[in-house]
Design a binder for this molecule. Structure first.
Ligand code: NAD
Length: 365
C-alpha cells in the first residue's frame, strides 16, 4: 500500500504475526512529539494497515487539537471479536507491544473494558479500564455525548442560535447519540427527531426522552416509541431542526442529501459522517459544521485523564473546558481566515505538533 510520509509522520509502522494463535496485527505510531501516542485497538476480520495508518494520523490531530499531552497512534488486530480465543489474542497482542512504550492502547471497535483489563494485566499500560481497577467507563458516563453538548454550547453563537430551545435531530442512538440527547436536553435544547439503524421518530414539539430511552432499552429501537411520527432513517436529514448530530456511521451525509439538510449547525458526533464534498456544499449554504475531531473528542479526553489517574469529576471538567474553548478557537480561526472549520482545526493541530517537534529528537524505545 502507499504510505505518505510527511512533515510529521508516521514514525513507526509495525506488523506482528503470531502463527501459534494464529493472528496478525499492526501498530502505527504517527507522532509522539507531544507525548506517548494514545489510540484505540481496532479488532475486526477486515481491519487493514491502510485503515490503521489513517486513524493514527486522526489521533495525532485529535490529541493536539484537544491540547492533550499525547501523540497519535492506532492498532489493528485481524480477528473476530467473538473468537472464543479472544482473551489469548489480546494477551498475546499486549506482549507483542510490551516494549513499544510510546504507544498507549485504548478501546476501539471490537474492544470492551475486559479486553483493556487483559492488556493491563500483561503490560500495565492502557486506557479504558473497568471501574474496579481504576477505569472511567466512558460509554456508560456518556463522555463523548457530553462533549457534543459542550461543543453545541460553544458553537451556537457562531451559527446565530440560542442553545436553549434549539431543535435538535440526532442520527444514531447508541453510546454517543443517547448521551448527546441527554446532555443537550439538560441545556434546554429540544430533541425533535432521533434515528437508529431501524428508522426514526419525529415530533416537532420535542420527544419525551425518558420514554424514548425506555422504548430503545426494552424494544431495541427508537421506532417502538409511540410519542411521535415514525420516519424512515434517511428522513432524519430532512426534518426541520436547528442542530443536526450525526452519531452513527461514516459518510452518511453526501452531496446527494446535503441539499436537503435544514439545520444551521452540524456537530459531527460520528467519525467522518460527511464527505469532503458535502462539507463544502453545506458551508456554501451557510451551514456551520464542527468537525469530528473537535465535536467527538470527549471520549479521548476522558481516556487521557483516566490514564493520568484523574477522577470522573476532573474528567468531565476537562471535557467541558477543552471542548468549549477549542470549538470557539477553531470557529474564530475559520471565520477570520475564510476557511472551513475542519481546515482550521487541521492547521492548528499541525502547528501544535510541529512546534512540539522542535524540542524533540526521534528516539527508539
Ligand atoms: P454504538 O454502536 O453505540 O451506536 C451506533 C448507533 O448508530 C446505533 O444506535 C445504531 O443503531 C445506529 N446506526 C447504525 N447505522 C445507522 C444508520 N444507517 N442510520 C441510523 N442509525 C444507525 O456506537 P457509538 O459508540 O455511539 O459510536 C457512534 C459513532 O461515533 C461511530 O462513528 C464512532 O466511531 C464514533 N465515536 C464514538 C465515540 C465513543 O466514545 N463511543 C468516540 C468518538 C467517536
Amino acid at each position: 500500500m502507499n504510505i505518505t510520509f510527511d512533515d510529521i509522520g508516521p514514525a513507526k509502522i509495525i506488523q506482528f504475526y503470531a502463527p501459534q494463535v494464529p493472528f496478525r496485527a499492526f501498530v502505527v505510531i504517527d507522532n509522539t512529539a507531544r507525548g506517548p501516542a494514545l489510540g484505540g485497538v481496532r479488532v475486526s476480520p477486515e481491519v487493514d494497515l491502510k485503515e490503521v495508518y489513517r486513524l493514527a494520523r486522526t489521533m495525532t490531530f485529535k490529541s493536539a487539537v484537544a491540547d492533550l499531552p499525547h501523540g497519535g497512534g492506532k492498532s489493528g488486530i485481524i480477528a473476530d471479536p467473538k473468537d472464543p480465543d479472544i482473551e489469548r489474542i489480546f494477551r498475546t497482542f499486549a506482549r507483542m507491544i510490551g516494549n513499544l512504550s510510546d504507544y498507549i492502547p485504548a478501546p476501539d471497535m471490537g474492544c470492551n473494558e475486559d479486553s483493556m483489563a487483559w492488556i493491563h494485566d500483561e503490560i500495565g499500560r492502557v486506557a479504558g479500564l473497568p471501574e474496579e481497577i481504576g477505569g472511567l467507563p466512558l460509554d456508560k458516563l456518556g463522555a463523548t455525548g457530553y462533549g457534543v453538548a459542550e461543543c453545541a454550547a460553544g458553537a451556537c453563537g457562531f451559527a446565530g442560535l440560542e442553545l436553549s430551545g434549539a431543535r435538535v435531530a440526532i442520527q444514531g442512538f447508541g453510546s454517543v447519540g443517547r448521551a448527546a440527547a441527554h446532555f443537550l436536553a439538560e441545556k434546554k435544547a429540544r430533541v425533535v427527531a432521533v434515528s437508529d439503524s431501524r428508522g426514526g421518530v419525529h415530533d416537532p414539539q420535542g420527544l419525551d426522552l425518558e420514554q424514548l430511552f425506555a422504548a430503545k432499552d426494552t424494544k431495541g429501537t427508537v421506532t417502538a416509541f409511540d410519542g411521535g411520527r415514525v420516519i424512515a432513517g434517511e428522513e432524519i436529514f430532512t426534518v426541520d431542526c436547528d442542530i443536526l448530530v450525526p452519531a452513527a456511521t461514516p459518510d452518511v451525509i453526501s452531496a446527494h442529501n446535503a441539499v436537503e439538510i435544514k439545520a444551521r449547525l452540524i456537530l459531527e458526533g460520528a467519525n467522518i459522517p460527511a464527505t469532503p464534498q458535502a462539507e463544502r456544499l453545506l458551508a456554501e449554504r451557510g451551514v456551520l459544521i464542527v468537525p469530528d475531531f473537535i465535536a467527538n473528542a470527549g471520549g479521548l479526553i476522558m481516556a487521557s485523564l483516566e490514564y493520568a489517574r484523574k477522577t470522573e469529576k476532573e474528567a468531565f471538567a476537562a471535557i467541558e473546558e477543552k471542548i468549549r474553548a477549542n470549538t470557539r478557537h477553531i470557529l474564530e480561526k475559520a471565520k477570520g481566515d475564510g476557511i472551513l472549520p475542519r481546515e482550521a482545526a487541521e492547521r492548528i493541530a499541525r502547528e501544535r505538533v510541529r512546534s512540539a517537534m522542535r524540542y524533540r529528537e526521534y528516539t527508539y524505545s
